[in-house]
Design a protein around this ligand. Structure first.
Ligand code: GLU
Length: 306
């Protein structure tokens, strides 16, 4: 029996130039896919027009090219995938899993049973139908009172009861845009992604995505969450720092090396200062997933060097 080919991906949001934290996710997902002879696909998560910065997507693509992080196939643009998201919503509707919701954010805050991981938990107001005289705003999926658990490649066993942690979550927002949680699941499944490597800031989204994959009858990918990259002050590297935005021409080698060492990889002396075209093939061949630090508190980097 031949093993299934690994299909990995990198899915940046074009909300600014490639950020160093994102670059670490790119390097990690690239190495973990390529070391197994896998594909590495690219998806531009330009789903949310108000957050998209004009020119950022092209800048990210050109940065990746300059860094030698070459992807396979065509870039997928989420802004062009509305039909696929709509079809998924219809499938979920046919299964009786979704419901229209009339609640405003303020109403939810006022009636939420307790605060969840990402804001107030939806109290279930519209689960059994819209209150009289109210119009639908968002579309939500009903979550069961069951535990979702998975084994993360770095963080090990992760468990979450969706009903307690997030509640019935949004698939389509009141402004008509599809939610990230839905889009990512539909796109990963459509592209045949079976290995998802990304930052640990998304660890708490993964149970929602696994639940959606199951509802849509998709096979569930493997997940590897990489430790967050923090500044030396212990805070998330700020995108507003000019220093954290990447100017690749001269610093490609240093940035790839730094990404690899934050991922626990020890670069041999003779490759210090080598260009990406030498560093990346070495990394692909020698990458040790076991050495990725399972640092809940993230890994620190001196922002001065970025
Ligand atoms: N677009 C997300 C980000 O840039 C990543 C989504 C994902 O990897 O699932 O943070």
């Amino acid at each position: 029996m031949s093993a299934e080919q690994v299909v990995g991906r990198f899915a940046p949001s074009p909300t600014g130039p490639l950020h160093f934290g994102s670059l670490v996710a790119a390097v990690g997902s690239y190495c973990l896919a390529r070391r197994e002879g896998g594909l590495w696909l690219l998806r531009m998560e330009d789903l949310d027009p108000p957050r998209v910065v004009p020119g950022a997507a092209d800048e990210i693509l050109s940065s990746l090219e300059k860094l030698g992080l070459h992807w396979d196939g065509e870039v997928v643009w989420q802004s062009q995938r509305n039909e696929a998201y709509l079809a998924a919503v219809e499938t979920l509707r046919d299964k009786g899993l979704v419901f229209d919701c009339a609640c405003t954010r303020k109403e939810i805050i006022l009636s939420a049973p307790h605060p969840g991981e990402e804001g107030p938990i939806y109290p279930g107001t519209c689960r059994t139908g819209l209150p009289v005289g109210r119009k639908p705003r968002a579309l939500r999926i009903e979550v069961p009172q069951e535990q979702v658990s998975f084994s993360d490649g770095v963080f090990g066993r992760v468990q979450q009861v969706l009903a307690d942690a997030v509640g019935d979550f949004i698939l389509r927002r009141a402004d008509g845009l599809f939610a990230y949680q839905l889009a990512v699941v539909v796109d990963d499944a459509a592209a045949g992604i079976n290995q998802i490597v990304r930052g640990a800031d998304l660890l708490s989204s993964t149970p929602r995505q696994i639940f959606l994959h199951a509802c849509l009858g998709n096979s569930v990918p493997k997940y590897v969450h990489l430790p967050m990259v923090l500044g030396s002050n212990g805070k998330k590297i700020s995108k507003r720092h000019g220093s954290a935005e990447l100017d690749y021409e001269f610093r490609a080698s240093a940035l790839i090396s730094l990404s690899l060492s934050l991922l626990g990889q020890t670069i041999p002396k003779e490759l210090h200062g080598a260009p990406p075209a030498e560093l990346l093939p070495w990394a692909v061949k020698n990458f040790e997933p076991r050495n990725i630090p399972a640092a809940n508190e993230g890994v620190g980097v001196d922002e001065e060097v970025l």
